[in-house]
Design a protein around this ligand. Structure first.
Ligand SMILES: Cc1cc2nc3c(=O)[nH]c(=O)nc-3n(C[C@H](O)[C@H](O)[C@H](O)COP(=O)(O)OP(=O)(O)OC[C@H]3O[C@@H](n4cnc5c(N)ncnc54)[C@H](O)[C@@H]3O)c2cc1C
Length: 535
């Protein structure tokens, strides 16, 4: 028996478990399907490309695949997610971004009391330990380490200079008062190591007597009786086990895991549950709906000089030296996430806010680092994604087996305005990349193979190359309408003691990378649970 059972030890669930167990009189069980996540692939920031590889031996990764995307030439997309303590914070690109203030104000306008920017900012600050120190926007005494990006690759400075020539401002802090412009990101790292939720929140408290962390524990279902969660069943070491619930269950399986777990527990759309022979415990039509992600596209260039990172023969020799440098001094490119330059710009002058994001990678990299022929060259990649896509997909069950992968349909670029915004964002970015001084570093474009002049050419390229930005959200959305799954206190609507806390509760995706927001959601969820227990 545990007072609280948290399902999923990722960016949100790890935070919820850590905060709830601060009270020694409260017992918490955390069930995580993956292992402890102690691998060097996780802790070394530069190993990101290795971590997301789609090989069976990669046990740190769920290695999902989407349904064929009908607006993307019916391509099925690879979707890596972290399967370990720390969840996707143990696998992500570590860019520290919160989104724009209007994103949270919009959540509040949708009827979600307590989620405006002013109300969530204290949780971002509470979580944060920023090496730049505290100010109105930042914290310096939370568990989550945030460090400055390494700007040393020459592609970065050339890109920022090309942007300046076109009057794009430089931005010193993308999480401060004004995020518009180009600059160098901050990252969730500390002293050359990844600062995942496991590293920051769970490692320091592993010896708490009131916190029971079970790894390789895949939840089968929440056992419901009369609208109350009474236990959670999970598979571990070849056996089905059960933990009784004293007070509440918090589902934090991520945007794919959480709706799947709810449906397997009989909570979801009636038709979908009955189709798979699952007894309906509580009908909720919105479970699995509203799935969305940022669509992104990559420009890939071969450079004139051998700078940056390469997996070719000379690059491999340099990389061996980089490993030596890393293990002896925690320095060099492996000590830093290789996506330091980027920013937020407007796809058209008429946009109210910057509406697309850029990430530069000093490696000719594409297709989730599976295009090895690009990576043996020298060069760089520019990733472009729009911030507020309108396309919506859905997650459904393949069958009633908890071990089965769900059907994931992101439905990218389904909405005609998403294609338009991507096209315009592509054009703005193309201008920067083909302008001086960056263009003087380029030997030739690899993807696309030349400057694209017409809308038709750009649209063809987008349909052939657009992918997702690893930011799925929205499948258990917070709100008040009929399709909402949780209320503003993250309680599953109509149930006494089940909450959801993770990326799935976002009613609309934020404009930016999603990890910091998931951590904020974990912080706020834990606070609300404590308040409700004390009331
Ligand atoms: C490759 C990649 C790159 C990214 N880059 C960035 C970036 O640079 N910056 C950024 O801000 N964001 C980035 N993100 C996104 C960000 O990391 C995620 O949005 C965030 O981690 C999601 O948090 P979550 O708590 O919703 O889910 P997760 O952190 O994914 O946690 C869900 C947890 O639940 C567990 N789980 C699922 N099902 C079960 C079950 N049945 N039983 C038990 N446990 C279960 C999973 O194993 C996992 O540990 C990236 C993500 C990926 C995958």
């Amino acid at each position: 028996m545990a007072d609280y059972v948290v399902i999923g030890g990722g960016s949100s669930g790890g935070v919820v478990a850590a905060r709830l167990s601060e009270d020694p009189n409260t017992t918490v069980t955390l069930l995580e399907a993956g292992g402890p996540g102690n691998s060097k692939f996780v802790s070394i920031p530069g190993m990101f490309a290795g971590l997301i590889q789609d090989y069976k031996i990669n046990k740190l990764n769920w290695r999902f695949r989407t349904a064929p995307q009908k607006k993307l030439n019916n391509r099925s997309l690879y979707h890596p997610r972290g399967k370990m303590l720390g969840g996707s914070s143990g696998m992500n690109g570590m860019v520290y971004i919160r989104g724009e203030s209007g994103d949270y104000d919009r959540w509040s306008e949708l009827g979600n009391e307590g989620w405006s920017y002013d109300e969530v900012l204290p949780y971002f600050r509470k979580a944060e330990n920023n090496e730049r120190g505290a100010d109105d926007y930042h914290g310096d005494s939370g568990p989550l380490h945030v460090s400055n990006g390494d700007e040393s690759f020459d592609f970065y400075s050339a890109f920022l200079a090309s942007g300046e020539k076109l009057d794009y401002p430089k931005t010193a802090d993308f999480n401060g008062a004004n995020r518009e412009g180009l600059g160098i990101y901050q990252f969730t790292t500390k002293n050359g190591e990844r600062a995942s939720v496991k590293f920051c929140y769970l490692d320091p408290i592993m010896d708490r007597k009131n916190l029971d962390i079970q790894v390789k524990a895949t939840v089968r279902r929440i056992v419901m009786e009369d609208g109350r969660a009474v236990a959670v069943e999970y598979d571990q070491d070849g056996q089905t086990k059960r933990v009784e619930v004293g007070k509440e269950v918090i589902v934090s399986g991520g945007a794919f895991g959480s709706p799947q777990i709810l449906m397997l527990s009989g909570i979801g759309p009636r038709d979908e549950l009955e189709k798979h022979g699952i007894t309906v415990q509580h009908e909720l039509p919105g479970v699995g709906e509203n799935l969305h992600d940022h669509p992104d596209v990559m420009f890939v260039f071969k450079s004139k000089k051998r700078t940056g990172i390469s997996l070719g023969p000379l690059g491999t020799l340099k990389n061996l030296a980089a490993f030596y440098q890393y293990f002896t001094k925690r320095k060099g490119w492996l000590a830093n996430p290789p996506t330091a330059a980027g920013g937020f710009l407007r796809s058209e002058p008429g946009k109210n806010n910057p509406d697309f994001q850029l990430h530069m990678v000093p490696l000719p990299y594409r297709n989730h680092a599976h295009d090895y022929m690009s990576m043996i060259k020298w060069g760089f990649t520019m990733i472009v994604n729009i911030g507020h896509p309108r396309s919506r997909g859905r997650l459904t069950l393949k069958d009633a087996n908890p071990g089965s992968e769900p059907n994931i349909d992101l439905n990218l670029l389904d909405h005609v305005d998403d294609l338009k915004d991507m096209r315009n964002a592509f054009k703005v970015t193309q201008e920067i990349l083909h302008g001086p001084p960056l263009k003087d570093k380029i030997a030739k474009p690899l993807y696309p193979k030349r400057y694209l002049d017409t809308d038709a050419e750009i649209d063809d390229f987008l349909r052939a190359e657009v992918n997702h930005a690893y930011h799925p959200v929205g499948t258990c959305k917070m709100g008040r309408d009929d399709m909402a799954v949780v209320d503003a206190r993250l309680k599953v609507r109509g149930l006494a003691n089940v909450r959801v806390a993770d990326a799935s509760i976002m009613p609309e995706i934020i404009n930016g990378n999603t990890n910091a927001t998931c951590i904020m959601i974990g912080e706020k969820a834990a606070d609300m649970i404590k308040q409700d227990a004390a009331a």
